[in-house]
Design a protein around this ligand. Sequence first.
Ligand SMILES: CC(C)[C@H](C(=O)O)[C@@H](O)C(=O)O
Ligand code: SF4
Length: 469
Amino acid sequence: MAQPRTLFEKIWANHEIVPETPQTPAMLYIDLHLIHEVTSPQAFTELRRRGLKVRRPERVLATMDHSTPTLPATENGEPLYANPQTKKQVEMLEKNCAEFGIQLYGWNSKERGIVHVLSPEIGATQPGMTIVCGDSHTSTHGAFGALAFGIGTTEVGHVLATQCLLQRRPKTFAIYLDGKLQDGVGAKDMILHIIKEIGMDGGTGYVLEYKGEAVEALSMEGRMTMCNMSIEAGARAGLIAPDETTFTWLKGRPRAPQGADWDKAVEQWKQLRSDPDAVYDREIHIDASSIRPTITYGTNPAMAIDITAPTPSARNALEQRALDYMHTTPGQTMLGTHVDVVFVGSCTNGRLPDLREAANILKGKKIASHVRMLIVPGSGQIKEQAEQEGLDKIFQDAGAEWREAGCSMCLGMNGDIAQPGQLVVSTSNRNFEGRQGAGARTVLASPATAATSAIAGKITVPETYKGVA
Ligand SMILES: CC(C)[C@H](C(=O)O)[C@@H](O)C(=O)O
Ligand code: SF4
């Protein structure tokens, strides 16, 4: 009998060209390399300097998302860039992709969107692949049973030139979500809860594999939400074994295998599960039914609490600084806190089911008059589908702004920012100081919590939650 292996070990073994030694990392083959305008320019400069070509241009896929405006272009087609730098980044990407023969989902593509939304949507992200991108939230693609992680700009250059990557082998960490979620509790609450439990560096050195009934019950979008934030617990990557939900979601997408190739691929993908007796370096079990709507109260995603629970006191100077920055009063819940801005979007929660979740709550209602609400679809296709369903109308009737696809206020690089001191309830993944604008305060939440809080004008338990409040 062969040694039982985890899903991670299977994918690693399939891609390891040279094993690691105590002195040297392993060399991995990379199936898919995603690039965007922020972390690729220097890599191309380096290729040019050394007279190198892109080794496998057909395995590289580019989009622009961080620096792109979310307001429509001017009448003569000029994008409304926030500043000369963002314009330059986008134009560099256009130039680099043209010169090196890389497919770019650019201004004239209907699909253009956040890299971690776009690639799964077009079926480029597939089970069993190794996927890298110069972006920490590459972990998102682990939802498909792909080993996917962020790399630095120097490594972007290495992968462009060689289609390989030097990598130390991470350890494995199984996180079981046993039982069922309560109504009104979703993937975002689950992952915030996990990060709260294991801490900001609880996943450092590991690939997290999410398993158990509550994970299997999630849609692909929910699984992406979870894997997306693995990095916020310090993990190298997140993984979920592919299953029927995965195959159904991928079938027929333009870059997915077609016809007989599809059947062959599914047969192979079915092998991509951890063997029953596989051993992980670490394991924890969480009772999914105990998870409540979860939000953050501090300035890192691990500073999270059940929305109804009192905020804890600071345990050290850093936490104290976070509480001061956020104006959090220990011992009090966050409920009732005045909200200035609500952002629904990002590669964490900018997909169609997220927008539907917000729309269901906003339908026929108005957001509070002092609240600014920005709803930004994760991709052009999501925008189109949402508009076909009339979600844009629901949002606009409620008083929210409906924008073009992109990262937007998740990090505010494109000019979509909150003002100093403003409190933003945000469906994104990072609540760092100044992340959404200098001095802006971020509370991470699910789309349901965000929409309910927009209407109330203060932090509020999501309307859809019927559990113990
Ligand atoms: C700009 C990019 C390098 C960055 C990342 O790596 O995550 C961004 O996407 C983010 O979410 O902060
Ligand atoms: S949406 Fe936010 S987290 Fe995702 S890639 Fe863009 S900036 Fe990074």
